[in-house]
Design a protein around this ligand. Structure first.
Ligand code: OAD
Length: 272
C-alpha cells in the first residue's frame, strides 16, 4: 500500500511528498449538475428519469442513431439546453484547470458534451472528448461537414438542421458519439495514458458506459485512485490505494484542494 491511510490527507501527502504530477482525470455528467445541467441516471433529476417530458420511448433513444433518424427533435431539445455558452463551469471544472496550471495534469478524459472544461480555461490538447462534442457536425447521410455558424443558428432557434448539399437534405448531427458508434480516434490513441499516471481522479460519473468505464482499471496497482462522486461506482474502492470521497463533486474537490493547501487559489480561479 502506497497511501498511509485511505483518506484525503494521505492523498495530499502522497502528491506533495512524492512530487506526483502525472494525474489522469476522468469525468462525467455529475461534475456539471451544480452548474444546472441534469445528469443522465440520477433517480429523480436525471434526464433518463424525465423521458415523458422529452418524448422518448426509452432512455437510450436520446443517443440512438435509428431513433434520431426518425425523430431528431428530442435530441435537439437537449442540444438547445446543453449548447455551449449557456452555463458556467463549476468549481470541479476549475479544479481540473488548477491541476493543469500546476503542471500536474497528464490528460482529462471526459464523457461530457457541455464543453465546460474548455470554458474553465483548459486547453483543448489536454482534453479527450470520449463521447465527442458540439465542436463540429456532419450530415448523417452524405457525411458532409456542416458550417458551425448555421449550426448555432439552428440550435438556438430550436430547428433541426438539414444538409445543404444539393439533393441531400439529410439530418445534421453534432459529432457526439451515439450508442453503437465508435468513440473518436483520440480516445484510442490516448488509452495508454492511464497506465502512465501516478494519480487517478474519477469524478461525477456512474461509469456505466463502455469503453470509458474501463479506464480506471488501466491505472497500475499502487497508483492511488480517488473517486469523488455521490455514490460508489465501477468497483473503485477495491484496491488498497483507492480513496472514496462520497458526496458532491464541488465539496470533494474543495476538500482535496484544502488538504493540498490550494483552496484559496481554487476559489480565486472559480470566482474569476
Ligand atoms: P450518469 O448520469 O450516468 O452518472 C452521473 C454520476 O454522477 C452518478 O453516479 C451520480 O450519482 C453522480 N452525481 C450527480 N451529481 C453529482 C454531484 N453534484 N456530485 C457528485 N456526484 C454527482 O452520467 P455519466 O456517467 O456521465 O452518453 O454518463 C455516461 C454517458 O451516458 C454519457 O456520456 C451519455 C450517457 O448516455 C452519451 O452522451 C453518448
Amino acid at each position: 500500500q502506497v497511501l498511509e491511510r485511505r483518506d484525503v490527507q494521505s492523498v495530499a501527502k502522497y502528491i506533495n511528498e512524492r512530487g506526483a504530477r502525472r494525474f489522469i482525470v476522468m469525468t462525467g455528467a455529475g461534475i456539471s449538475t451544480s452548474a444546472g445541467i441534469p445528469d443522465f441516471r440520477s433517480p429523480d433529476t436525471g434526464l433518463y428519469a424525465n423521458l415523458a417530458h422529452l418524448g422518448l420511448p426509452h432512455p437510450e433513444a436520446m443517443f440512438d442513431i435509428n431513433f434520431f433518424r426518425e425523430n431528431p427533435q428530442p435530441f435537439y431539445a437537449l442540444a438547445r439546453e446543453l449548447y455551449p455558452g449557456r452555463y458556467r463551469p463549476t468549481i470541479a471544472h476549475c479544479f481540473i484547470k488548477l491541476l493543469y496550471d500546476k503542471g500536474r495534469l497528464l490528460k482529462l478524459f471526459t464523457q461530457n458534451i457541455d464543453c465546460l472544461e474548455r470554458e474553465a480555461g483548459l486547453p483543448g490538447e489536454m482534453i479527450i472528448d470520449a463521447h465527442g462534442s458540439f465542436a463540429s457536425q456532419h450530415c448523417i447521410d452524405c457525411q458532409s461537414f456542416y458550417p458551425p455558424d448555421l449550426m448555432r443558428k439552428a440550435v438556438e432557434k430550436g430547428d433541426v438542421p438539414h444538409c445543404h448539399m444539393p439533393n441531400c437534405n439529410g439530418i445534421v448531427k453534432p459529432d457526439i458519439v451515439f450508442f453503437g458508434e465508435r468513440l473518436p480516434e483520440e480516445f484510442f490513441l490516448n488509452r495508454h495514458l492511464p497506465a502512465a499516471a501516478d494519480l487517478c481522479i474519477v469524478m461525477g460519473t456512474s461509469l456505466s458506459v463502455w469503453p470509458f468505464a474501463g479506464l480506471p482499471a488501466l491505472c497500475k496497482d499502487g497508483v492511488p485512485r480517488v473517486l469523488i462522486n455521490q455514490e460508489r461506482v465501477g468497483g473503485l474502492g477495491s484496491r488498497p490505494d483507492d480513496v472514496l470521497l462520497l458526496g458532491g463533486c464541488d465539496a470533494g474537490v474543495r476538500q482535496l484542494a484544502q488538504a493540498l493547501g490550494w483552496l484559496e487559489e481554487l476559489e480565486a480561479l472559480w470566482e474569476q
